[in-house]
Structures are given as structure tokens and as C-alpha cells.
Design a protein around this ligand. Structure first.
Ligand code: URA
Length: 251
């Protein structure tokens, strides 16, 4: 593969910009400066760096972002802060897309990838990769909520949600753990509205068996490896165990 072709697919720069950067000595292949844009490279075997930053050679890129409040997931909302602003240039690729959405005011685990197939597997209706949210309600939790979640809530516009789980985090009266297998627009907020309550804050804490790492600061991101992807697709976080963990961390 040509060096400029590889870098164009893996970064936000155009081929023209890259040719200039390569000529200026901004690119190294295995620590040696290369000035020919057309040089043939083997991205899986060689270490390619642009302005000193490693540009990963794997076919697909998987990123976990701890999304802060106030950022939107779509790149097409003028005047808004977008989650792509939080991705460092060396990890940015033209085809990178969020896997599902988190609302502007929601926080927590957001996956981004250029692997469309994986994205579909996770977001598909009735996906096996369940999503976990911790929400804070404006009014106290009511015990009938749990059964309504289990039965499948009907939203104000008539849309039916498939059965889900919700429980109040022990030791609190308005913090709730929610588990969903689907991702309708503003789903958790609309489910709670259908029950007569209001979501004040919402944080996604896990997808499948992958839990938001406590050491990943809000606004920071990290690359995920194959074992993380396997956790998302193949393993489960147990609802009761998650509730116990949250009980301990809130006490
Ligand atoms: N449900 C919501 O209402 N908002 C989100 O951001 C995610 C799930």
C-alpha cells in the first residue's frame, strides 16, 4: 500500500496535505524519515508515525470515549461541540463514527469505530450487547417502575420498548440502574417520562461485558483491543452484581 494512501485513510488530512507533510519530513517508517509519498509500506508490520505520533496499522480502529456533558454525537450540528473534537488527531479517521448515540446532556461510555459491521451488531434492535445506564431522577423512585420496565414500556408517541430492567440503587432514593437491549431516540428519558418522572442526569456505564474504566477521566478516550471487543459482544455484566457495585460506590 502507498504511504499517502494509508495515511489518508487513517487520518483527517487530504492526500495533498499529506504529500506536503511527507516532503517536509513529518513522517517516519520504522523511525526513518520517508519523503516519498508513493513509498510502499506494510502497515501491519511497520511502525508509521506522523509528526511523532503512531498511526495504528490495524484494519479497524475502536475507541472508547468517556463523553462529557455538552457534546453532540453528530458532526452535522453547526454551533455545537462535537465528540470528534475530543479524539486526538493521531486516532482520528475519516470513517470514524459513534456506535449509537448519547444525548448532548448524557455522559459516559461512547464507542467510536470505522468498523460498520461491529457498529451494526451492537446497535441492532434486540442486540445481545446490553447497555447499562445510571440515571438520577427528579423525583424518588417508585417500586412499580421495575415491573413496568420488565413488561415493556409504551412511550408517549406509541412506540413500544422491549422488556428492560431498572432498579433503585440501594442507599439512594432517586439513583437508578437501567439495562436496555435497544437504543431508541432519547429512550431512557422517554421511558421515565412515560412513568411520570424526569431524568436529571444520565451516564452510560457499560456495554455488554465492557465496563467504563474508573481511571478514564471524563473527556478522555483510549483505544480498545480485540479482547475489549470480545467483552462487548460475548460476555455479560450481571444486573444484580452491577447494582451491588453501585451500592458500594454510592455509600
Ligand atoms: N437514553 C437516553 O434517553 N439518552 C441517552 O443518551 C441514552 C439513552
Amino acid at each position: 500500500m502507498r504511504l499517502d494512501q494509508f495515511l489518508s485513510a487513517r487520518t483527517m488530512y487530504t492526500r495533498r496535505q499529506l504529500r506536503q507533510m511527507i516532503q517536509n519530513g513529518a513522517v517516519t517508517v520504522d523511525d526513518i524519515v520517508v519523503r516519498q509519498a508513493g513509498q510502499t509500506i506494510q502497515p501491519q508490520r511497520q511502525r508509521i508515525c506522523l509528526e511523532g505520533k503512531h498511526v495504528p496499522g490495524d484494519t479497524y480502529l475502536y475507541i472508547l470515549l468517556n463523553k462529557p456533558r455538552g457534546y453532540v454525537c453528530s458532526a452535522h450540528e453547526p454551533g455545537q461541540h462535537i465528540v470528534f473534537e475530543l479524539i486526538p488527531p493521531e486516532l482520528m479517521r475519516k470513517d470514524l463514527q459513534p456506535v449509537g448515540r448519547l444525548d448532548k446532556d448524557s455522559t459516559g461510555m461512547l464507542l467510536l469505530t470505522d468498523d460498520g459491521q461491529l457498529s451494526h451488531q451492537i446497535t441492532a434492535a434486540r442486540s445481545h450487547a446490553e447497555k447499562y445506564y445510571v440515571i438520577e431522577l427528579a423525583r424518588p423512585w417508585e417500586s412499580f417502575y421495575a415491573q413496568r420496565f420488565a413488561d415493556g414500556i409504551t412511550l408517549a408517541d406509541g412506540a413500544h420498548c422491549i422488556p428492560a430492567k431498572a432498579a433503585c440503587i440501594p442507599g439512594t432514593e432517586n439513583k437508578v440502574l437501567v439495562q436496555l437491549h435497544e437504543g431508541k431516540y432519547h429512550q431512557v428519558r422517554r421511558m421515565m417520562a412515560a412513568l411520570g418522572n424526569h431524568v436529571q442526569s444520565l451516564q452510560r456505564i457499560a456495554i455488554g461485558g465492557l465496563i467504563l474504566p474508573p481511571d478514564l477521566p471524563c473527556g478522555a478516550c483510549r483505544r480498545l483491543g480485540d479482547e475489549d471487543i470480545q467483552k462487548i459482544l460475548k460476555s455479560r455484566s450481571d444486573f444484580a452484581t452491577m447494582l451491588q457495585i453501585l451500592k458500594k460506590s454510592s455509600s
